[in-house]
Design a protein around this ligand. Structure first.
Ligand code: SF4
Length: 93
């Protein structure tokens, strides 16, 4: 059996515009490993992400976590979850 070479697996970047989150929670229902609700301000938290500026959060994911996050992005009513590939092409729409 040929071992998997993880160094060549594509990575993706989630960009979350948190200031425009309206707290509908569908992301947290669909992808609870990545999205949880913060009851203090009723906005979603992208688990493990780093903040970029004040309100834009960013997280790198690999291929195995892409579909579940695409589903979260597609179901966000205000489109504040975007996912980009390594070339900067959006893959979440
Ligand atoms: S689905 Fe969108 S608007 Fe709703 S909590 Fe998640 S990020 Fe915020």
């Amino acid at each position: 059996m040929v071992p998997l070479d993880f160094s060549t697996m594509p990575t993706y970047k989630i960009i979350y515009d948190r200031k425009n989150c309206i707290g509908v929670s569908s992301c947290a229902l669909l992808a609870d490993k990545f999205w949880v609700m913060n009851r203090e301000d009723d906005k979603a938290v992208l688990v493990g992400s780093k903040t970029k500026g004040h309100d834009v959060w960013e997280l790198k994911i690999d291929e195995k976590d892409l579909e579940v996050n695409k589903e979260a992005a597609r179901n966000c009513p205000v489109n504040v979850i975007r996912i980009y590939d390594e070339e900067g092409k959006e893959v979440s729409c």
